[in-house]
Design a protein around this ligand. Structure first.
Ligand code: EPU
Length: 434
């Protein structure tokens, strides 16, 4: 198994360039299946999750090639099957999003249940209900879902929660449905808006209205298009946290202030400093960090994927910090290893915050109190999920001694050239096998 060995204690300094956003690029690859014409995406990250997504599309008959300028060309004129093999059960979130294009191309779709990181049960009920409202007939067969639709028709769909994936699924499916689809309580994350931009370039008619309302007017067909994938705001925030805890100084090229407004507010409150430059954001530390209380929520609030690197930062703040996670019920599992490294973190079932929370009164440890400042000590750590993986790299970078980090495939699934990026910043990190 691949591992990284990290010796902590270095101030990390220099430039890193963020990659394109995984959570936009993978959905845009799916959207390209709606047309028989050629599509071209630039700024696509070269990561494990992209390989899996392209592999699944290839099995459907999609052809792709990486061009000399680094962009990805997708040719979907000749899809051959409506079935995604069972082997892809539980790997990532993409199979459920393939349903719309398959229904439009074949009138039927057989997909495995999606997976992704182990951060909660991650049901797909909103997706299924919405697809039924659009006219699909759904059957569950073991670990697969079989859907059929002679014709998909626009509908008024109110999501119980602004789910990113369900919003994307409805948008993708509704672009070629007959009539108008209105999504109420839709997700408006920058990655969703990026998908909408790509679909608009393909000829779709989609309005982003006020109050989380998105309206899709179905069209008869879509054309090929070229599109630049939005930059990864999760990677940018992770390097920002790294700069603050190592008392370093990191220029994150491609970090977008507009997509990180809430993160930057909390970064400043904690004592991290930043300068917005023309080509990105320069992050550095101004000395001691201060504690803070924060709650994760849907965009434009503090995103759940910023929580893990930020928590490591809070272990270095003097005093008591509080985090209330309202997006996933089980996203603090990774703190156990941080505790073993010397962090003082206590998990609670209660909502330690004021935001409305679906987990209130339920038996989920979705709030935590972090008491800092703690000197962390190196450990052998196994990565449980992608975002936790980066936070362990940050923790190991400030720990006393050398940590062996196992399961780095998780990190490589979502971050491009992560080892090289840390090395360029001066980290004492090496790849190995363990
Ligand atoms: N939910 C349901 N039923 C559904 C769909 C969602 O109950 O049918 C619940 C989920 O269980 C969760 C909440 O709604 O509690 C939000 O889930 P959402 O659907 O918004 O998440 P997702 O689309 O599965 C994407 C990202 C996640 C990111 C979330 C929130 C991708 C591939 N994944 O997941 O990213 O945390 O939105 O912004 O886009 C990651 O990249 O590591 C990652 C986990």
């Amino acid at each position: 198994m691949k591992s990284y060995s990290v010796r902590g204690g270095k101030k990390l300094q220099g430039n890193v360039k963020v990659a394109g956003a995984k959570n936009a690029a993978t959905k845009e690859i799916v959207a390209s299946l709606l047309t028989k014409e050629t599509c071209r995406l630039s700024n696509v990250p070269r990561i494990g999750d992209m390989d899996v997504t392209l592999e699944m599309c290839k099995l459907l008959g999609s052809n792709h090639s990486w061009l000399d300028d680094g962009s990805l060309q997708l040719e979907n004129s000749n899809l051959t099957t409506h079935e995604i093999p069972f082997d892809y059960t539980g790997i990532n979130r993409i199979p459920i999003l393939l349903i719309g294009p398959l229904l439009h191309r074949f009138g039927k779709a057989l997909v495995p249940f999606p997976g992704g990181c182990e951060i909660g049960p991650r049901p797909v009920d909103f997706h299924i209900q919405a697809l039924e409202q659009l006219g699909a007939k759904v059957e569950f067969k073991g670990d697969t879902i079989f859907l059929q639709a002679e014709e998909l028709t626009g509908a008024m769909i109110e999501l119980p929660y602004p789910s990113v994936g369900a919003t994307e699924n409805i948008i993708i499916t509704a672009t070629l449905a007959k009539g108008t689809t209105t999504i109420k309580n839709a997700a408006v994350e920058p990655e969703v808006i990026d998908l909408i931009s790509f679909l608009q370039s393909m000829g779709a008619i989609i309005y982003v209205d006020v109050d989380r309302k998105i309206v899709v007017e179905g069209v008869k067909e879509l054309n090929g298009a070229t599109h630049r994938v939005i930059n990864d705001r999760i990677e940018a925030a992770s390097f920002a946290s790294l700069a603050a805890v190592t008392e370093g100084d990191i220029m994150v090229e491609g970090a977008s202030q507009n997509d990180m407004l809430t993160f930057l507010n909390y970064y400043r409150k904690v004592g991290g400093r930043f300068h917005v430059e023309e080509n990105g954001i320069h992050f550095f530390s101004a000395g001691n960090l201060s504690p803070v209380a924060l709650e994760t929520d849907v965009h434009p609030w503090f995103m759940t994927d910023w929580q893990q690197p930020f928590a490591v930062m809070l272990t270095q703040a003097d005093g008591l910090s509080v985090i209330h996670e309202t997006v996933y019920e089980n996203r603090f599992g990774y703190t156990e290893e941080l505790k073993q490294m010397g962090a003082e973190i206590q998990l609670y079932n209660y909502c330690l915050g004021n935001k409305p929370c679906r987990f209130s009164g339920r038996d989920y440890k979705h709030s935590c109190v972090i008491k800092g400042k703690s000197q962390l000590t190196a450990r052998n750590i196994r990565i449980p999920d992608l975002r936790a993986g980066f936070s362990y790299l940050i923790a190991a970078s400030i720990a006393e001694g050398t940590s062996e980090i196992q399961g780095v495939e998780y990190i490589e699934r979502g971050y491009e050239n992560i080892l090289e990026k840390f090395q360029e910043l001066g980290a004492d990190i090496e790849a190995g096998e363990s």
